[in-house]
Design a protein around this ligand. Structure first.
Ligand code: NDP
Length: 242
């Protein structure tokens, strides 16, 4: 149980982050539901947590530009930081525009790096950092080259931080989902039986992942039961493209 713990989940207004926020709150944590633009969605997440008897509040901040706003709104001490906010960039190396390359690195790499840098003094010893990467750093997809590179950087960030923060009893782990039915994939996966069948066929467990599938793995890493696990890259793809 996470009673008495405080958790920050970035990008928690929708998709995987929403499911993580709800699950950590269900486990007893007080959750900061961070988001960038979607006020209504963030409000709905906070209300759904409170309706279930949990504790949560929302903080809006476009990362990394409004990092100061987020840091200012956070409690003095945190136990769990989940770097989940992210964006995708689709295209091969021939197709990715330099601005798109910068945008995806700014959100997926620069933001979590600067956020953790700012939060280290506030993160309690024995705490948890969990970074949401992607299965594409294991099973390559040339059409996601820039996105995969950002997640590769995040994987290295996790492992290096784990070594650095070990003396404080802080664990740092990575969770790598495969294709999950969220807004990020609405254009090709949602309500598209052909795409869903194709993803399922490439997946040992034979179906598309859900936000809850990923949130449950994160909950384990946030819990006391995971205390002897650090610097791990947890494949949460359901056996995608083995
Ligand atoms: P969604 O697109 O559904 O949600 C993205 C969330 O991130 C939203 O809450 C959004 O806030 C927030 N966000 C986006 N950009 C910023 C920014 N610049 N600053 C602050 N917040 C931001 O994404 P998913 O739930 O699908 O993905 C969550 C994570 O999981 C990402 O890191 C993604 O790369 C990773 N992942 C997703 C997979 C998938 O198939 N969906 C597969 C593997 C990994 P708001 O809505 O308010 O703008």
């Amino acid at each position: 149980m996470l009673t008495g713990r405080t958790a920050l989940v970035t990008g928690a207004s929708r998709g995987i982050g929403r499911a993580i926020a709800r699950r950590l709150a269900r486990d007893g944590a007080t959750v900061v539901v961070h988001y960038a633009r979607d006020d209504a969605a963030a409000k709905e997440v906070v209300e759904s947590i409170r309706a279930d008897g949990g504790a949560a509040g929302a903080v809006r901040a476009e990362l990394p530009d409004e990092l100061d706003d987020l840091v200012r709104a956070l409690p003095d001490e945190l136990d769990i930081v989940v770097n989940n906010a992210g964006v995708v960039a689709r295209g091969t190396i021939e197709q990715i525009h330099p601005d798109e390359f910068d945008r995806v690195f700014t959100t997926n790499v620069r933001a979590p790096f600067l956020l953790v840098q700012r939060l280290l003094p506030r993160l309690r010893d024995g705490g948890r950092i969990i970074n949401i990467s992607s299965g594409v750093t294991r099973a390559v997809n040339p059409e996601l080259i820039a996105y995969a590179m950002t997640k590769g950087a995040l994987d290295t960030f996790s492992k290096t931080l784990a070594q650095h923060l070990g003396p404080r009893g802080i664990t740092v782990n990575t969770v790598a989902p495969g294709a999950v039915d969220t807004d990020m994939n609405a254009d090709w996966l949602r309500d598209n039986p052909d795409s869903q069948a194709a993803v399922s066929a490439q997946n040992a467990l034979g179906r598309v992942g859900t936000p809850t599938d990923v949130a449950d793995v994160v909950a384990f890493l946030a819990s006391e039961d995971s205390r002897w696990i650090t610097a791990n890259w947890l494949d949460a793809t359901g056996g995608g493209r083995l």
